[in-house]
Design a protein around this ligand. Structure first.
Ligand code: SAM
Ligand code: SF4
Ligand code: SF4
Length: 333
């Protein structure tokens, strides 16, 4: 079969699946605590068999890496069975992004079910800034325990995701690099993004990757590393003569839309072709109405071929200032 390409010649290689829109945190930059959220019902969310079938279909279209995300994916009671089902496919990677709160409890069974590695989100080293950014939920200690347990279980290479927001946690850039150095892991610093419409984003609140790298270089010797694969979102730097390093995700200051190979399936089975999209294509309704594999492949392939998204390159165009965007906890990071 000819390779499926979008209108900018980008293949579909990565699938991010949001397992739930519910979360046990209220991070200021994603799901601010001052809103009353309406969540999907269990019936509206894709079940295990539906997720399994979607993964099978997407692999037929070229997907080689799957990431489970949310909301908080570890809140799904069937998370271990979902991982086990997906791990039967010939994939280069099966990863999960989590806030880490429930990770210590689940790490071993996830590894046994076939999960290869985890990314744990942690924006601060220390309880005070942590609480400020998680909306007062969760415990910093539990996340650290989750990281340690995941490393000892072999869910590696483990990455930590840290969103850096001015006025909130820029004083955590070096302590987070210390954590990477001590544990021999990678901390990826993410520029604060204008996902959704609820996080009160202003471009003045973005600390650029360039500034972050300057701060880290004031203490650590780091050297650039080649991308692991086409379309990798972070630029990586290794510590010299030591395991671990840092990554920089510069969606705002150095957009990487040209090599964006990611599709996103929301918890209710809608396919989004961009993190900043307004709408997705409902694939679950046709699946539940009995669509055949060929009919579903046709829908997915047709949408991908028409894909024109390159929001991060057009972010500051006037037409995008008032755009209604899907929330990140809805489609996953
Ligand atoms: N709940 C899980 C977690 O936090 O890891 C998975 C879902 S979360 C939406 C996925 C990733 O998106 C997290 O690493 C989070 O830090 C990142 N994220 C959420 N909102 C963001 C924003 N406004 N800018 C940059 N990254 C963001
Ligand atoms: Fe929840 Fe993750 Fe969003 Fe934080 S970033 S509110 S942990 S979904
Ligand atoms: Fe991909 Fe959209 Fe992000 Fe560009 S803005 S890199 S197209 S998800």
């Amino acid at each position: 079969m000819a390779e499926l390409l979008d209108s900018q010649s980008r293949p579909l290689r990565d699938l991010r699946i949001s397992l739930t829109d519910v979360c046990n945190f209220r991070c200021t930059y994603c799901m601010p605590a001052d809103y009353d959220y309406k969540f999907l019902s269990d019936k509206q969310r894709m079940n295990l068999e539906e997720i399994d079938r979607f993964v099978r279909l997407f692999t037929q279209l070229g997907v080689e890496r799957v990431r489970l995300t949310g909301g908080e994916p570890l809140l799904r009671p069937d998370i271990v069975n979902i991982v086990a089902a997906i791990s039967s496919y010939d994939l280069k990677d099966i990863a999960l992004t989590t806030n880490g709160q429930l990770l210590a409890k689940h790490a071993a069974e996830l590894k046994n079910a076939g999960l290869r590695r985890v990314t744990v989100s942690l924006d601060a080293v220390g309880p005070l800034v942590f609480k400020k950014m998680s909306g007062g939920r969760g415990s910093y200690r539990s996340v650290l325990e989750g990281i340690d347990e995941a490393i000892s279980t072999g869910l590696t290479p483990l990455k930590v995701n840290s969103v850096v927001e001015k006025g909130m946690n820029e004083d955590q850039i070096l302590p987070l690099a210390d954590l990477a150095y001590e544990k021999g892991i990678t901390v990826r610093y993410i520029e604060f993004m204008d996902v959704g419409n609820k996080n009160n984003w202003h471009k003045e609140d973005v600390i650029s990757s360039k500034e972050i790298l300057e701060t880290i270089s004031s203490k650590y010797d780091v050297e650039p590393k080649d991308p692991a694969f086409y379309g990798e979102v972070a630029s990586h730097y290794n510590f010299k003569e030591k395991d671990g390093g840092i990554g920089l995700i510069s969606s705002v200051t150095q957009p990487f839309c040209q090599s964006c190979t990611r599709g996103r399936l929301s918890a209710e089975g809608h396919l989004y072709t961009c993190l900043f999209a307004t709408e997705g294509m409902d694939l679950l309704t046709p699946m539940r109405k009995g669509a055949s594999d060929d009919e579903l492949l046709e829908l997915i392939g047709g949408l991908w071929q028409k894909r024109e998204d390159r929001y991060s390159e057009e972010r500051f165009d006037l037409k995008n200032q008032k755009r209604k965007k899907v929330e990140m906890f809805h489609i996953g990071g």
